[in-house]
Design a protein around this ligand. Structure first.
Ligand SMILES: NC(=O)c1ccc[n+]([C@@H]2O[C@H](COP(=O)([O-])OP(=O)(O)OC[C@H]3O[C@@H](n4cnc5c(N)ncnc54)[C@H](OP(=O)(O)O)[C@@H]3O)[C@@H](O)[C@H]2O)c1
Length: 259
C-alpha cells in the first residue's frame, strides 16, 4: 500500500525548522537529523541550549525566539530562508505542560498552555504555508501526544491542547496533501525529558529522547501519517479510546487515579 506521505529517507539537502529544539525530544531530534545530513534551524527561547545542540554541526542554524511573539515568527523565518534558502519541513515540537487536576487550573495558566501548544502552531502555519503552497511541496510535522487520545487526569489543559493538535493535523492532511504537501502527526508515549520530570505518577514504557528521535526518524522514513511510539504503550491507549465510556471511565478511576 502506498504511504500517505512522501517518505523522507535522504536527509542531505533537507532544510528543517525545528521549533522547540532546546531540550528533550526536540534537541535529540535535531541531533539525529543533523547527523543524518539535514540543515536544521533550531528554535526555542534559550539560545545557550540551542548553541549546545548546534555545537560541532556546520549545518545547524541557531534561531532563538519566543513562539508567543507573533512578529518574531516572520523575522526568524526570513533569517532562516536567507541562510538556508527555504524550509522543506517544519517540526512543531514546543510545548508547555503543567500536571494539574481540573480544580487547580487557573484561567491564565490555561491560556498560556493553549497559546504555546496550539496558538503558536497556527502562527507558524501562517508563516510557512504561503511559500510551501506556492511551490507545491513541503512538510508539516506536528508533535501531539497520546494524552490527546483520551481525557486523562492531570493533563487538564495539556491533554485538550494535544487533542486539538491531532484534529488539526488530520484536517491539514485533507487540505494540504492534494496541494502537494505532507503532514505528519507525531504521538509519543512517555519520554524522559524536563517536561515529564514534573510527573509524580508512574510512567509506563518510558523512553529516552534519543530513542524517541530515532522512532520519529523511522516514521518519517516510512511516510506514515501518524508516527506513534512505543507501540506497546500507544496501542493500549488507543484501545482505551475505543472502549465504551462506562468501561473507559472505570479503567481510569481504578488504575490512573489515587485510591
Ligand atoms: N516527554 C514526553 O513524555 C512527551 C510525550 C508526548 C508528547 N510530548 C511532546 O513532545 C514535545 C517535546 O516535549 P519534551 O518532552 O521534549 O519537553 P521539553 O524538553 O520541555 O521541551 C519543550 C520545548 O518547548 C520549547 N518552548 C516552550 N515554550 C516556548 C516558547 N514560548 N517559545 C519557544 N519555545 C518554547 C522549550 O524551549 P525553551 O524553554 O528554551 O523556550 C523546549 O525546547 C512537546 O510537544 C510535548 O508535548 C512529550
Amino acid at each position: 500500500m502506498r504511504s500517505l506521505n512522501r517518505p523522507i529517507t535522504a536527509w542531505a539537502g533537507q532544510r528543517v525548522w525545528l521549533v522547540g529544539a532546546s531540550s528533550g525530544i526536540g534537541a535529540a531530534l535535531a541531533q539525529e537529523l543533523l547527523e543524518a545530513g539535514a540543515t536544521v534551524a533550531l528554535s526555542a527561547r534559550r539560545a545557550d541550549l540551542l548553541q549546545n545542540v548546534a555545537a560541532g554541526h556546520a549545518r545547524a542554524i541557531v534561531a532563538p525566539f519566543d513562539i508567543l511573539d507573533q512578529k518574531a515568527w516572520g523575522k526568524r523565518y526570513l533569517d532562516i530562508c536567507q541562510q538556508a534558502g527555504g524550509v522543506d519541513l517544519i517540526v512543531f515540537c514546543a510545548a508547555a505542560y503543567q500536571p494539574e487536576r481540573s480544580w487547580d487550573v487557573t484561567s491564565d495558566g490555561a491560556a498560556h498552555t493553549l497559546a504555546v501548544n496550539l496558538g503558536s502552531v497556527y502562527t507558524g502555519l501562517a508563516t510557512v504555508l504561503p511559500a510551501m503552497l506556492a511551490r507545491g511541496s513541503g512538510g508539516i510535522a506536528i508533535v501531539a501526544s497520546v494524552a490527546g487520545y483520551v481525557g486523562l487526569p492531570n493533563a487538564s489543559v495539556y491533554g485538550p491542547s494535544k487533542a486539538a493538535l491531532i484534529n488539526l493535523a488530520e484536517l491539514l492532511y485533507s487540505d494540504l496533501h492534494p496541494r502537494g504537501l505532507d503532514v505528519y502527526l507525531i504521538n509519543p508515549g512517555f519520554v524522559q525529558t524536563p517536561l515529564t520530570a514534573q510527573n509524580t505518577f508512574a510512567m509506563p514504557a518510558l523512553q529516552t529522547p534519543q530513542a524517541a528521535a530515532k522512532a520519529i526518524r523511522r516514521g518519517l522514513a516510512s511516510g506514515q501519517f501518524e508516527i506513534h511510539f512505543p507501540k506497546r504503550f500507544t496501542l493500549l491507549v488507543k484501545l482505551l479510546r475505543w472502549l465504551p465510556y462506562r468501561w473507559r471511565f472505570a479503567f481510569i478511576t481504578h488504575f490512573l487515579l489515587p485510591q
